[in-house]
Design a binder for this molecule. Structure first.
Ligand SMILES: Nc1ncnc2c1ncn2[C@@H]1O[C@H](COP(=O)(O)OP(=O)(O)OP(=O)(O)O)[C@@H](O)[C@H]1O
Ligand SMILES: [Mg+2]
Length: 504
């Protein structure tokens, strides 16, 4: 145990009514009455014969025996004299910290704690190296996402731990979700072939990530040839009609009856044999119109559906882009849907993209990928009443994708509206500031590793601070997300700047 470095002393373990016990202990904090040397949320350690007990400060209580008797305080108050004018009250103020045990670090492994620390034992800060290993960070090949709160320790989770079982990023609006995603994308882009490069596909609903395409790779310390970002505009997106089944088209329009689907299936089979491979929705509509065997009502309904789908401009004879050629190791593909106002159009694109990606990945025709979906609650909502074409597809990726590394990164500012099936499949969550009680409750229920006090702390997080729970780290960990290296240029930073510019 002697090799363990001696980080700074914080205090001494004391006896309380319930402790020290296996899971908790309290200690009197060292230093002068007004010094703040221990902070809530900070990791601490106690060296014992059997290993290093790693704990986290849950709360701090200040006490002073001179102020314990309300009557005495009231008496002096009524005389108009502060107590401290008569007694050396300052000297009697001290702080008691209560800490929750997280684990025992013994011979390079984390062991479940099985004994209580001794009263009188010295409590120290946690040594950064040990803490990094205890949290299972990867200091060599990990993703540099920020620093562990209150510690001088880089938060560098391994890519395996962070995304290999899906990641959900949840928080209220403006808490820093998209900013965190930019940081994550920078880290994914920066990886070398030796480290293994992941392909990322971002559904960019608001056009927030397209700046990455024009950003200089030098800011990431990369050579231009290694920096690979592609932007696909939503308006260029085209879904090949011949790839659509009758059920597929049925899913795109509400209320198609089974009889109508059956008739449509027949027409599609007909089109596949007679129209030589590729055909448009318009051609399909003509075939239906001319088919006398279908009842007039069905003909009218089917053609009007097909015409309105055709009007979205999302369907054509060829698939654009060619997803198989687009997805490459190390490439970031941004699907910019900011031109689309209609939610339905966005849903159609996401639905097609999700199913293509899963299909191609299953057949090993594209490399492992991370599918980043902003506003995930709009694409896979919990409620059955909301129209959500891609829901089934995304749920399938959530359930089955991890086996062959078709991975999801879902972002939502309304976790309560996000499908619980999908959320519960995300083994990792990064939770940023969130104050809505319904959302907090939902987060608490859907993530196993989160305890009450961490949940309470989420409401007090600042912008850019995140709580990581799940398999990323061994215990829930608060992290200050780093600044991004690449910044969007030309965007107004605030409302006042935007109105000044538009008023010129
Ligand atoms: N880690 C950070 N460091 C510095 N600034 C940050 C950080 N995170 C967020 N910010 C600031 O907060 C602003 C809002 O962040 P962001 O756009 O990521 O919020 P959001 O959670 O995606 O919101 P919305 O739900 O509305 O999309 C950013 O423009 C940036 O100025
Ligand atoms: Mg955002």
């Amino acid at each position: 145990m002697n090799e363990y470095p001696q980080p700074s002393r914080l205090g001494t373990v004391i006896c309380t009514d319930s402790g020290p016990n296996v899971m908790e202990f309290s200690f009197v904090v060292e230093g002068g009455p007004n010094d703040i040397i221990a902070r809530r949320g900070e990791f601490v350690s106690v060296v014992t014969e059997s290993g290093i007990v790693i704990a986290r400060i849950q709360d701090l209580t200040r006490t002073n025996r001179y102020y314990q008797h309300a009557e005495a305080v009231r008496e002096y108050q009524s005389r108009g004299e502060p107590l401290r004018a008569i007694f050396p009250t300052d000297r009697w103020q001290y702080t008691v910290a209560s800490a929750r045990v997280l684990g025992l670090w013994s011979d390079g492994h984390t062991v479940r704690p099985y004994f209580a620390v001794s009263p009188g034992a010295t409590v120290r800060s946690a040594d950064e190296d040990t803490l990094g290993r205890f949290l299972r960070l990867d200091s060599q090949d990990g993703l540099d996402l920020g620093t562990v709160a209150y510690q001088n320790l880089a938060f560098t989770p391994s890519i395996d731990r962070l995304v290999s079982k899906h990641l959900a990023i949840l928080a209220m609006s403006g808490a820093g979700k998209s900013y965190f995603v930019s940081v994550l994308l920078e880290e994914i882009l920066k990886r070398t072939p030796k480290q293994g490069r992941l392909s990322a596909v971002v559904v960019d609903v608001h056009g927030e990530y397209t700046y990455l395409k024009d950003a200089g790779p030098e800011s990431l310390g990369m050579k231009p040839k290694d920096f690979d970002v592609e932007v696909v505009k939503g308006s260029h997106f085209q879904i090949p009609v011949q790839a659509l089944s009758a059920e597929g088209i049925g899913a795109l329009v509400a209320d198609m009856s089974s009889i109508q689907i059956r008739d449509l299936r027949r027409v599609i089979a007909n089109a596949r044999t007679h129209l030589e491979g590729s055909y448009s929705l318009g051609e399909l509509a003509t075939l239906i119109r001319e088919d006398e065997t279908i009842s007039r009502n069905t003909r009218e309904a089917l053609t009007s559906w097909l015409v309105s789908l055709d009007e979205t401009g999302l369907f054509g004879k060829e698939g654009v882009p060619d997803i198989k050629r687009l997805i490459r190791p190390g490439r970031l593909t941004i699907i910019d849907l900011s031109d689309f106002i209609s939610l339905k159009k966005k849903q159609i694109v996401v639905s097609h993209l999700a199913s293509e990606l899963l299909y191609l990945r299953r057949r090993n025709e594209i490399p492992p990928f991370l599918f980043v979906l902003e506003e995930a609650h709009q694409f896979c909502p919990e409620s059955r009443h909301e129209l959500a074409l891609p829901k089934g597809r995304i749920e399938t990726i959530a359930r089955e994708g991890r086996k062959f590394y078709a991975l999801l990164c879902l972002i939502s500012q309304r976790p309560v509206k996000l499908s619980t099936t999908v959320l519960s499949q995300c083994s990792n969550q990064a939770i940023l500031r969130c104050t809505n009680p319904y959302d907090l409750d939902h987060i608490g229920k859907s993530s196993e590793g989160i305890d009450r006090s961490s949940l309470d702390a989420i409401t007090t997080l600042e912008i850019g601070e995140a709580l990581f729970v799940g398999e990323t780290v061994s215990v829930p960990t608060f992290v200050k997300i780093r600044h991004r290296h690449l910044e969007p240029t030309g965007l107004p930073r605030s409302l006042s700047e935007a109105i000044k510019r538009s008023d010129k």
